[in-house]
Design a protein around this ligand. Sequence first.
Ligand code: NAP
Ligand code: GCO
Length: 267
Amino acid sequence: MENNGNLFSLEGKVALVTGAAYGIGMAMAEALARAGARIAFNCRKQEHMDAALAAYKEKGIQAKGYICDVTDEPAVQAMVADIAATLGPVDILVNNAGIIKRIPMHEMAAEEFRQVVDIDLTAPFIVAKAVLPGMIAKGRGKIINVCSMMSELGRETVSAYAAAKGGLKMLTRNIASEYGALGIQCNGIGPGYIATPQTAPLREPQPDGSRHPFDFFIIAKTPAGRWGTPEDLAGPTVFLASEASDFVNGHILYVDGGILAYIGKQP
Ligand code: NAP
Ligand code: GCO
């Protein structure tokens, strides 16, 4: 066994976490770094990059940042090549970058639907495609796709997001199916409702100072009785990135405080 018997050690590994300038991605990257991995990450906006590099530095983590839109295949290929040249070939990919648009479906432009699918589903294909040759050459690799409650459930206004995250669940199973024999594991993490900038509009206090109705709704729908934090994803991420999960493939690990098991609080 590598890693002196520590199944969860990521010493010597290189991890790429997409969209890790803040939110869930940053917490995942931090967890991988604490387990020993060297970290590369990307985002689109320079202001986010500057703040992220300062935040990683403050945490004592050396992270290499790239301005790169995950939907831009040549840019992703160049980023992955540069990571290989500077840190080493990517051993662990976390497809985390994602967006949501909350618009009733009958009012949504096809172009808006396409943007969500492009970032949340096509981009994980683009980034996985870029790292797979290096993983195939090594005969091992870990790909973690960040799915959602919407990989299983629908709700008002999130048709594009649910379609993309449902598709991402099946892309996960297909990568596992296609590359499992080559020593590569591809699994999903399905976060529940996590307090990040993406969900901030659902938690904003009302003009009269009371809590947002959606905030009450989520607490009542979550057996844990609270929103998740990005740090709740740390342990599951390290598990799926490490040797501890070498026979776990094509699985979606829901980290949701029990939402998917629960019918909801009785009135
Ligand atoms: P967030 O707070 O909005 O952060 C998104 C990150 O992705 C940012 O770093 C953003 O930086 C980057 N990004 C967005 N589009 C990108 C693109 N095209 N190329 C490169 N980077 C891009 O989101 P989050 O809540 O942390 O969510 C992270 C992931 O978890 C997403 O896939 C989301 O769907 C999923 N998720 C979230 C929750 C939740 O409750 N928060 C639950 C389940 C699943 P730039 O803006 O600078 O690009
Ligand atoms: C929404 C939310 C969600 C979460 C998450 C749930 O509007 O319902 O933004 O979709 O972000 O993906 O797992």
